[in-house]
Design a protein around this ligand. Sequence first.
Ligand SMILES: [Fe+2]
Length: 260
Amino acid sequence: MCATINKVIDLAKTSGLPLTADHEGRLAFGEGLETVTPAVRRLAEMQEVLMAAGADGPDELYYMYRDVCRVQDKELIAKYGLRYDVTVIRPGQIGREFIKTAGHYHPLKPQTEFSYPEVYEVLAGKAHYLLQTEPDEDGIDAILIEAVAGDKVLIPPGYGHITINPGQEYLIMSNWVAADFSSIYGPIKELGGGAFFEVAADGEDEEFVVNPKYKPTPRLSLQPVKNYPEFGLVSGEPMYQAFLADPDKFTFLTHPEKHF
Ligand SMILES: [Fe+2]
């Protein structure tokens, strides 16, 4: 235990950028990178989406570093209308529930029937991505994808998403997403969280508890991670560098109507 206390996590290999994280999950920005101050998501802001409001947990849950880039790439990223973010989710629990993001949906791209997609890449730790369609009278489609360092997870149009840290380590992940929309947090808040809560269970590694506010009761479909070479997304190949190598492959994020 003591040996890991001051461990620095080197994210260079998985991110393709000179990034490290300290033992409290704070990022340090190396040569050529703009320094970003994170937005902090606190326990008090998450009460509506927890399995057990008021349960004990750490005050600070995750850190959102938005618009991470090398200074020299800023213009190209802006030209493509994209944003590259890094999110750090601390390990631990709120009551029995593993620490997770608040969860949101993306709006439809104007004049289309497609919501904006997004892509995640795990830089360190283990992630569970809960993807779910918007609730209607038929219920929802819920998918769980486990990903580890190097893996990419695509959030397709039509799906909202929540990221859970089920591990003992900091979960550090990056995402590429269209820069010019605001996420929609209301529906998941109104339903008291996502369709499933992941909890630490005695004698088992993990367990998913269905959220009783979702009717009819949803099923959780476990799906493996995949590569999407047509979008520049291949496990083990940093997607920041993949964008630089072939930025046109990433237009699926801003033009979903042409790719899905
Ligand atoms: Fe998102």
